[in-house]
Design a protein. Structure first.
Length: 235
C-alpha cells in the first residue's frame, strides 16, 4: 500500500538556507580565506551538536555557532575582533535562501502543511525565515530542537513535529541536507522499545557524495515493508 504523506518537514540549514552565504562577509574580513572559514565553521558546528547530544550537555545553537566559529578562526590562524565575530554569527539570521526554494515551497504548500524542524535557536530561525519572506508558507510551524534541549538526530526532536502537526511520524517526510545523519529513507527511524521514531528522509542533493553504511539493514527492511511506494532512496 502506498504511504500517505500528510505533511512535509524541512531542515533549515543547508536545505532551505545556504549556510555558505556567510562566505561573502568572511571573504571581506579575511580576503581569500572566506570559503575555508565557512567550511571549517559548518563542519565544527555540526560536530559540536553531535558531541553535546552524546554528552547530554545541551547549549543552544547560537552558542554552539559562536563556539564553532571561535574554533575555526583559531584553527585557520585568523584573528578577529569582537565586532567581526558578532557580525559573522549574525549572518545566520540573514542567510540566503537557495534560489529554487521559494517557488518549490509555494507549490508544495498548496497541497499539504509544511514545517521547519531545525537545530537552530528559535530566534535565529524566525529571523532567517522572516528575512527571506517565507513565514506564510510554513503553516505547520517553525520548530526548534530548543524545546527538547537536545540536537538531531535524538528521537525526542522528531516528536516535536509529530505533536505539532498532529500526524504520526510515518505520515511525515523530512527533507534534509545530506549530512552524516541523513543518509537514506527511514534511516532516522531509531529503534526504541520496538518502535521506530523519526521521519522518512529525502535528501536535497545539495552536497552530493556517497551514502553512509549506518543502519543500512534497517533501511532495507523498511523498503521491503512498503516505502518503495514512497520513492525511498533505496527503491
Amino acid at each position: 500500500m502506498a504511504l500517505e504523506i500528510s505533511a512535509l518537514v524541512f531542515d533549515a540549514y543547508g536545505t532551505l538556507f545556504d549556510v555558505h552565504s556567510v562566505t561573502r562577509l568572511a571573504d571581506t574580513l579575511f580576503p581569500g580565506r572566506g570559503a575555508a572559514l565557512s567550511a571549517a565553521w559548518r563542519t565544527k558546528q555540526l560536530e559540536y551538536t553531535w558531541l553535546r547530544s552524546l554528552m547530554d550537555r545541551y547549549e543552544d545553537f547560537n552558542r554552539v555557532t559562536t563556539a564553532s566559529l571561535d574554533w575555526s578562526l583559531e584553527h585557520l590562524g585568523l584573528e578577529a575582533d569582537e565586532a567581526a565575530r558578532r557580525a559573522l554569527v549574525a549572518e545566520y539570521r540573514t542567510l540566503s535562501v537557495f534560489t529554487e526554494v521559494p517557488a518549490a515551497l509555494d507549490a508544495m504548500a498548496r497541497q499539504r502543511p509544511l514545517a521547519i524542524l531545525s537545530n537552530g535557536h528559535p530566534e535565529m530561525l524566525e529571523a532567517v525565515v522572516e528575512h527571506n519572506k517565507l513565514r506564510n508558507l510554513f503553516r505547520g510551524g517553525v520548530l526548534s530542537v530548543h524545546a527538547a534541549k537536545v540536537f538531531k538526530p535524538h528521537p525526542s526532536v522528531y516528536a516535536l513535529a509529530e505533536n505539532r502537526l498532529g500526524v504520526p511520524a510515518d505520515f511525515a517526510i523530512e527533507r534534509q541536507e545530506q549530512t552524516q545523519h541523513a543518509v537514506c529513507g527511514r534511516v532516522l527511524r531509531a529503534h526504541v522499545d520496538d518502535h521506530f521514531v523519526g521521519f522518512e528522509i529525502r535528501l536535497s542533493g545539495k552536497l552530493g557524495g556517497h551514502f553512509e553504511n549506518l543502519f543500512i539493514a534497517c533501511c532495507a527492511d523498511s523498503c521491503r515493508s512498503g516505502c518503495r511506494q514512497a520513492a525511498c532512496n533505496h527503491a
